[in-house]
Design a protein around this ligand. Sequence first.
Ligand code: SF4
Length: 430
Amino acid sequence: MKITGNNTQILQPPGLSRELSIKLNCCGVNEYTKVSYPVKYGLFSRLETRDYIFEFNLNHEIRHVKSKKRNWRHPSEWLKRTMGNEWVYYSTGGYSGVFEALGEYYLPNLTYPTNSLLGGKPFEETQIDNIVRNWPRIISQLPDTGISEEFSLWIQSIRQQSPEGLQKKAEKLFDISGSRVTVMPPDARHVDYNIIPLTISDGCLYKCRFCKIKNKKDFSIRSKQDIDNQIVGLKQWLNKDIINFNALFLGEHDALNTPFAIILRTIQDAYDAFEFHSSYMKGNFLFMFGSVDSFLNAEKTFFETLNSLPFHTFINIGLESYDRATLDLLGKPLTQAQVGHAFAKIQFINDTFPNIEITCNFVIDETLPDSHYKGLITLIRESTNKTKPKGCIYLSPLKFSCPSRPALYDFYKLKALSRFPTFLYMIQRL
Ligand code: SF4
């Protein structure tokens, strides 16, 4: 056994190194970055067999796996298990096309219906299905005798994290706030969706007709006691792996409509409780959704305070359309003027506060009237004659399970005209 720096310990049994190699406490990359090769973040442990590579978090829970066999789709492609205990297949999809469309060098392929315009059906492929079903069996066959105690205990610990146990743990996560995060902000891509979900308010203001992720809850604010309980529960849930987190998501669908004193107090309490100051990952990130009303109501002093916090904050606002006819069609109870005011204020906030980025969503669909696209061009091209480095515009396909070449073509046309970073919004749950 070799012991390397930073507590990394390596087991490569003589003569068996091709069959089994374990690396405990690996130090992955400590800053989220966008590169065209697979990057592993945080502190984790790695188990390599002749045919597979598995990675586990600090609670001994599986988090990544890939096959080394010839029939694996691509050596740079991986499976990731999410906090909600679902597998996501990260495909390269021919890097440049994916980066252009999503702003990331990988394409997350999900097991449930979403509005993605890209990707295939990797979970229908035998080698991927096999690994998702059979990883516990592969782990159960590893030798845990004849090796040093530390590695033997570690193997026993990873075996205890069975698929059933991991599912129960995911349900516990949903119970902490009372429900699953059914949609993560698009900006969470900047931290590979590794967010701590803390709900400060439920529901949303508009209950738009087109929206597939809304719930029936009227907008309501959580009590301090409830938020405090969630923080305690989340800290226990994350356990040793908490050191790998540096990003907070304030839920639910319009956290910005929560009184600002509660938002700011919660951010501070979460920062302290989750010990973000000593996270292994560099920098701190804060994500939330807002609505046109909550955003227009937010005063400059609120953004000044937010900007002074030790977070890079992303607030995502659903504008959907700058066209009266389309807003009516979508059942979004807003006027074109309100959307225009919100868009102008977004530019002001983005230009003024370096630690805040307000992003916004618009829908796209072949069936929408031309006036929708004219309105969109007015905002994303004609409203400014300079190319803007921040203030992402996310274009969100209306239809689920309907990858469409014409829709993708429309997206690329809009992207080419836009003076803002412009990407597709692929809806993902936690
Ligand atoms: S789009 Fe936003 S505001 Fe409208 S129903 Fe969905 S969550 Fe609510």
